[in-house]
Ligand binder design. Structure first.
Ligand code: SF4
Length: 481
């Protein structure tokens, strides 16, 4: 089956032309469908469609086929059901984060899109695809295409036309102002506690008083259970800090996520980082069911519509729209390297105004990525913060590279730490050098520090790098934990 799927992608151009021809003839079948009736036509076409597309594309009959936009690679075969590009966990050899023996579906899709585009065709590769409509599962897309042919615009075109009427966003708070300013922006990541008591969280966040512009609160990072990110972000907001609430698509469907966004906004949380999320298999609940009702791009699109149009994904009005400042992640360090910028562009088109990258241990790879970002002027449309951090030893770093999806650590860097008399000090020195190097790259606006429960070390790095000095006055103005 996998071999046939790859065969179809290799022949994407021919298959796409065949599809175009059939789509062009679809209106001719409309009178016949009208005469036979929709239900009997569905019973007739569905098994045919299932057999043909199942054979060539491993089709899952989602009822809203997008093969013509995804290079003839079915995104339903992606374990996270990504519909708008690859996740950040693609392995260095191109293997899937979740199923390492399978090549990432989106690498296949990009190959297919390029084959289609090589014939001078617009394969609509950059269009934002709406989230899956689960009510259409098991229905025939062929029949839908015949019925649509008599009405103007494809479903996707009609979906994208809903982008019209979005209001110009207004500033939502300190962090957005920092991003709009000319100064270097500094953010840090803090994991919420395994506790029903917020005191420990506030104590850990206090390490960064006066040192950062915002504190990211992770959302079940690595598939592990902690206090909810919306609640932890609200705790920080109530205690005078500026949180960025991370929202992952792994654990909740669109109803729950939109409810969380409204709830977080009601509690003073304005900054939201939209991400797809890691697979559950590496976390402490590997038996849990991953949801992935949305991907990061469709989540951004929905959150932007909530914030700027005052509408839920269903189109229902929101009484008082939440004012959100939306961000996304980027990973320039894993395949498909050249297409990662297109992926970033899609996220910006969907509403991302700030971007935080995966850990940067490879400045040269970042420089390549930023060259293309500048060529497309994307750095003018969002604030790009580069992920940095340090670990205690080369062994810990090796473990992270092997076990944390999307982290790439070059061998020379590992050897440098391994060869040092004091590995911890050397790793810290490398982190400081990296901060200096990435801030020298045109288009990089700041850094995002990460490290699990490593607050003291990260705060020390911010001070040692000269990015910020401790500000007792500001720290004193915050509420006590
Ligand atoms: S690597 Fe990510 S995007 Fe690619 S198939 Fe696997 S889960 Fe999907």
């Amino acid at each position: 089956m996998l071999a046939l799927r790859r065969w179809s992608v290799r022949r994407a151009h021919a298959l796409w032309q065949f599809w175009r021809t059939l789509a062009g003839r679809a209106p001719r079948f409309a009178p016949l469908v009208h005469r036979v009736g929709r239900a009997p036509s569905e019973s007739l076409l569905r098994p045919l469609e299932r057999a043909a597309k199942g054979l060539f594309f491993d089709c899952r009959m989602c009822g809203q086929c997008v093969l013509s936009s995804t290079g003839m690679a079915c995104p339903m075969n992606c374990p996270k059901r990504m519909r708008n590009g690859p996740c950040g966990g693609v392995r260095e050899d191109g293997g899937c984060e979740v199923k390492p023996t399978m090549r990432c579906v989106w690498l296949e899709a990009l190959d297919g899109q390029k084959a289609i585009a090589s014939g001078g065709n617009d394969a609509a590769a950059t269009r934002i695809l709406p989230p899956l409509d689960h009510s259409r599962r098991e229905s025939s897309t062929w029949l839908q295409a015949i019925c649509d042919a008599s009405s103007p615009g494809t479903p996707q075109e009609r979906a994208s036309s809903t982008q019209q009427g979005i209001h110009e966003p207004v500033a939502t708070g300190d962090f957005e102002e920092a991003c709009r300013s000319k100064r270097i922006v500094v953010t840090v990541e803090v994991a919420p506690p395994d506790s029903g008591d917020p005191a420990a969280l506030v104590r850990r966040a206090a390490h960064f008083d006066g040192l950062v512009d915002a504190i990211n609160i992770t959302d079940g990072a690595g598939g592990n259970c902690h206090m909810s990110s919306a609640a932890a972000a609200a705790v920080l907001a109530a205690n005078g800090r500026t949180p960025v609430c991370q929202v992952a698509c792994r654990d909740r469907n669109r109803i729950a996520i939109q409810g969380d966004l409204l709830g977080a906004a009601a509690l003073g949380v304005r900054n939201v980082l939209c991400l797809t999320g890691d697979d559950v298999s590496r976390g402490d609940h590997p038996q849990a069911r991953p949801v992935f009702d949305l991907d990061a791009v469709s989540l951004l699109d929905i959150a932007r519509n909530m914030s700027e149009r005052g509408e839920f994904a269903s189109g229902r009005r929101i009484e008082a729209m939440p004012r959100l400042f939306l961000g996304a992640t980027a990973n320039p360090f894993v395949p498909p390297y050249r297409d990662r910028v297109s992926n970033l562009e899609k996220k910006i088109d969907a509403g991302a105004r700030f971007v935080q990258t995966q850990f940067c241990f490879d400045v040269a790879a970042l420089a390549d990525f930023m060259r293309e970002v500048r060529a497309r002027e994307l750095h003018r449309r969002c604030t790009i913060l580069v992920g940095v951090g340090t670990l205690a030893s080369a062994r810990a770093l090796r473990w992270m590279a092997a076990n944390v999806p999307g982290v790439h650590v070059p061998e020379p860097l590992l050897h440098r730490i391994e060869g040092a008399a004091d590995q911890k000090t050397e790793a810290r020195r490398i982190c400081l050098e990296t901060i200096e190097a990435v801030l020298d790259i045109d288009g990089v606006r700041g850094v995002h520090l990460m490290g699990h429960r490593n607050e003291e070390v990260l705060a020390g790095i911010i001070v040692a790098s000269g990015l910020r000095e401790r500000s007792p006055a500001r720290a004193a103005s915050l509420k006590p934990a």
